[in-house]
Design a protein around this ligand. Structure first.
Ligand code: B3K
Ligand code: ZN
Length: 851
């Protein structure tokens, strides 16, 4: 609930806690609206601090009694916690509080989901469970007793004892409270075992609601692969006797890395070929890995304070992307990551929400679990690795694990291990953590025919961002390769290290003027600004040996073509389409890569490009040009489409691996074109014969787009109405595939559907997230899209501030558009801001977006 005045917390104000917590004993007496939590916590003065105030965080709870060293006390109770004058010596704090999990709709702290008790404590949810110093630098050993009738009762660490109606757990590893977890309910396990590299036997379980047992096998395989990979690549072994994962239906995000007891949104763990798409399988594999990898990067070494969030998140995202590259296709993973970075992080970094990878202030920390902290944070790790080299990277990581095991660490600690391991000075590199905004990198070139010298000159410049007018030059690793006119590589990928605002690099002894391939593998999260002819781009599309840049050349051509179509009504670009056809039909290339080549820039990305190039984006015109281009492609390629579609058919039994998934991805990209020619006949055939969700859903999507989807929508509903996760797809797809003129009406109608359980974050996001993601539909000229989203955000805020606040970012690009749309969006934002008792989460977001 809204505080009297929102408080801003600053990184520069950090001070350690005045006490050390020696150990924690918790007893839970579970009851839906009156759970009792009895705590026994041993404190002693922290010799490293001077002034000591004993303040324990605690919110939304009733204190029943409290004692110090066994004697009852009456501490001062405020809405934020308790305060008391304690002895200047070790003492034992005991308290009993009452909380109400069943009415906890914010899904933070202890709450109930489909009759089961579960927790979410990161970042500051533990303070809704009991009074405690709820900050990540306070680490302690937890022993937990759970009392209740639920057949399964789980907590962190190892199980130590259980009896009728109770169970006890002990976690030998010191941890901050945000990693605490408890689960109790009627659950069944999908069990397995794993032997670690030192021969330790670990029990593994995935706990689900009865009926979901058949959807666990894939996640379990992913877990075992992750455990092996972390041993082989980082030398990191699991450190408890048991590892539990629980699937929960109501969850604000993907999953949570609680020590030994990961809690997952059921959408990030449950999978079967009939109910999940290839993309779902890939996401599950990545999230299972991500949470597992946190055991070392996050749990064994945690963050000193929440400003250091990227220390664990950037690194863990980086590690999970390495894992996916190893398990699947490295180029496809890199391209997908960059698509995602540009779709989510770039708009954030170029708008009113821009903040550094390590922010310097916040009001509500939950608002900083952002694409900048996570994805740009991971890019920063990637750059560091590129600069120091692989060997030095792993040497530094070994040092990080030995030096900081058991610590609550900082970005300074992290950079210091790299400095110590490599002898490098990383002071300038550190600006990646403190400067916000996306650097622009301009390139010019010079060729000296007389001595075969080729020179590339780079200029870097980062536009001002909120609170940061002036930017200093950053260290930018620029991976470059040079090709000769035949397309042969005359200089393999070389990493240039740019440190100045302007810097030149020369290459000697070349026989002819080369064609440069710049920023290979997207070696830094910057915007490359370079005047390149269409011919040169087409040359790179045909010849670049770097898969990423090959894709990038095609994408640049696509973008330029669409910009010309939107701005000047130009015809589609033949040169690009011919080059694209070559790649798409090249059966020596991975179908997944060919599918990515076909995908093209999103409409939101085009809006950003137009804005950068001085044109106010018109969502209707962007939509119309995209449609015109797709129609043109379909007609142009109609002769060979059917054959290639046939080649992409998979006749073997379904497996969610990269090979089959790639074929299906290209197949459905082609089906999208084919549907423009046959009005849905092929899509209907695919829908009728599909034996897996990937094909069924892509067919349904095309049927809706072609305007012939009504019977299939009905049939799909009939088939899947009892499966929550599939129904989320059913809801979302109808909005995503809608004609922009109807998007708002379609969305509104779905909110009236009896199965629109809007307090479930997955369902809410399926519908409202799809509305926000439908560029032309959301930005309808009359503002109806903005109003509908604002209405629902206002409604959700009372129940679930976290999900509401997060979804406000749909408005973050509002200043790019025309004055009418801008005014309508501002009005919608102001309406949210004016809501009585607006949560601190949403208030901070809306205020920042309004600027
Ligand atoms: N660490 C959690 C995210 C917690 C979000 C709190 N609002 C999941 C993850 O990044 O692995
Ligand atoms: Zn994480």
């Amino acid at each position: 609930m809204k505080d009297a005045a929102p408080q801003t917390i600053y990184l520069s104000d950090y001070t350690p806690f005045g006490f050390v917590v020696e150990d924690v004993h918790l007893t839970f007496r579970l009851a839906p609206t009156a759970t009792r939590v009895i705590s026994r916590i041993r404190f002693k003065p922290n010799p490293e601090t001077a002034g000591r105030t004993f303040f324990l965080h605690g919110e939304d709870m009733t204190l029943v009694w409290a004692k110090i060293d066994g004697a009852p006390i009456e501490p001062e109770v405020t809405p934020e916690g308790v305060r008391y004058d304690v002895p200047d010596a070790p003492f034992v704090w005991e308290a009993e509080v009452e909380i109400s999990p069943a009415t906890n709709t914010a899904l933070e702290g202890l709450y109930m989901s489909s009759g089961m008790y579960c927790t979410q404590c990161e970042a500051e949810g533990f303070r809704k469970i009991t009074y405690y110093p709820d900050r990540p630098d306070v680490m302690s050993i937890f022993t937990v007793r759970i009392e209740g009738d639920e057949p399964v009762k789980l907590s962190n660490g190892n199980p130590t004892a259980k009896g009728d109606g109770w169970a006890e757990w002990h976690d030998p590893w010191p941890k901050p409270a945000y990693l605490f977890a408890l689960v109790a309910g009627d659950l069944v396990a999908h069990p397995d075992r794993f032997t670690t590299m030192s021969g330790k036997d670990v029990e593994l379980n995935i706990w689900v609601r009865p009926g979901d047992e058949h959807k666990c096998a894939f996640a379990m395989e992913s877990l075992k692969k992750s455990m092996t990979w972390d041993e082989e690549v980082y030398g990191r072994e699991y450190d408890l006797d048991i590892f539990n994962i629980v699937a929960v239906d109501d969850f604000n995000m993907g999953a949570m890395e609680n020590k030994g007891l990961n809690i997952f949104n059921s959408s990030a763990v449950l999978a079967s070929p009939e109910t999940s798409t290839d993309a779902n399988f890939e996401r599950i594999e990545a999230i299972i890995a991500h949470e597992y990898f946190h055991n070392w990067t996050g749990n064994r070494i945690t963050c000193r304070d929440w400003f250091q969030l990227c220390l664990k998140e950037g690194l863990t995202v980086y590690r999970d992307s390495q894992f996916t590259s190893d398990m699947r296709s490295a180029p496809v993973k890199r391209i997908s990551d960059v698509i995602d970075l540009r779709a989510r992080q770039f708009p954030e970094d170029q708008g009113p929400l821009s903040h550094p990878v390590r922010p310097e202030s916040f009001q509500e920390i939950n608002n900083f679990y952002t694409a900048t902290v996570y994805e740009k944070g991971a890019e920063v790790i990637g750059m560091l690795k590129r600069l120091v080299g692989d060997e030095a990277y792993y040497k530094a990581l070994d040092l990080y694990f030995t030096r900081h095991d058991g610590d609550a660490a900082t970005i300074e600690d992290w950079l210091k291990v790299f400095e110590d391991a490599t002898g490098r000075d990383l002071a300038q590199f550190k600006r990646w953590y403190s400067q916000s905004g996306t650097p622009r990198l301009q390139v010019s070139e010079a060729w000296d025919d007389s001595d075969g010298q080729y020179t590339l000159t780079f200029r870097q410049q980062t536009p001002p961002t909120p609170g940061q007018d002036e930017k200093a030059p950053q260290v930018i690793p620029i991976a470059v390769g040079l090709l000769n006119p035949n397309g042969d590589e005359v200089m393999p990928t070389t990493v240039l290290e740019m440190t100045e605002s302007e810097q030149s690099f020369s290459f000697e002894g070349l026989a002819s003027r080369p064609t440069p391939s710049i920023l290979r593998g997207f070696s830094a999260p910057v915007i490359l600004e370079r005047e390149v002819s269409r011919e040169e781009r087409a040359f790179l599309l045909a010849h670049d040996t770097d898969d990423f840049n090959r894709w990038e050349a095609g994408r640049d051509l696509a973008r330029d073509c669409l910009v010309a179509m939107i701005r000047d009504g130009a015809a589609p670009d033949d040169l690009w389409l011919d080059g694209l056809e070559q790649v798409v039909r090249d059966d020596t290339l991975d179908p997944a890569f060919r599918a990515l080549m076909l995908s093209g820039p999103t409409q939101s990305e085009l809006a950003q490009t137009l804005f950068e190039r001085g044109t106010t984006p018109d969502p209707d015109a962007i939509w119309a040009a995209t449609e015109r281009l797709r129609d043109h492609m379909a007609t142009r390629w109609k002769l060979w489409l059917p054959d290639l579609m046939e080649e992409m058919q998979v006749y073997a039994p379904y497996v969610p691996d990269a090979d089959q998934a790639g074929k299906r991805a290209l197949g459905s990209a082609l089906l999208a074109l084919k549907t423009r020619l046959d009005k849905g006949v092929s899509a209907q055939r695919q829908f009728d014969s599909a034996d897996n969700m990937t094909l069924q859903l892509s067919a349904l999507s095309q049927l809706i787009r072609s305007g012939t989807g009504a019977p299939a929508v009905q049939q799909f509903h009939e088939q899947w109405k009892d499966d929550r996760l599939v129904m989320d797809k059913w809801f979302g797809l109808q909005v995503m595939a809608s004609d922009p003129r109807d998007t708002v009406e379609v969305t509104h109608a779905l909110t009236q559907h009896p199965a629109f359980d809007w307090t479930n974050p997955n369902r809410f996001r399926a519908v409202m997230g799809a509305l926000a993601g439908h560029h032309a539909g959301f930005h309808r000229r009359d503002g109806a899209g903005y109003d509908l989203l604002a209405d629902w955000l206002i409604k959700l805020d009372d129940k679930n501030p976290q999900t509401t606040a997060r979804m406000c970012s749909a408005f973050q690009t509002w200043t790019r558009y025309d004055s009418e749309r801008k005014a309508l969006m501002r009005k919608a934002l102001q309406r949210i801001k004016a809501k009585p008792d607006l949560s601190r989460d949403t208030d901070e977001m809306v205020t920042r977006i309004l600027g």
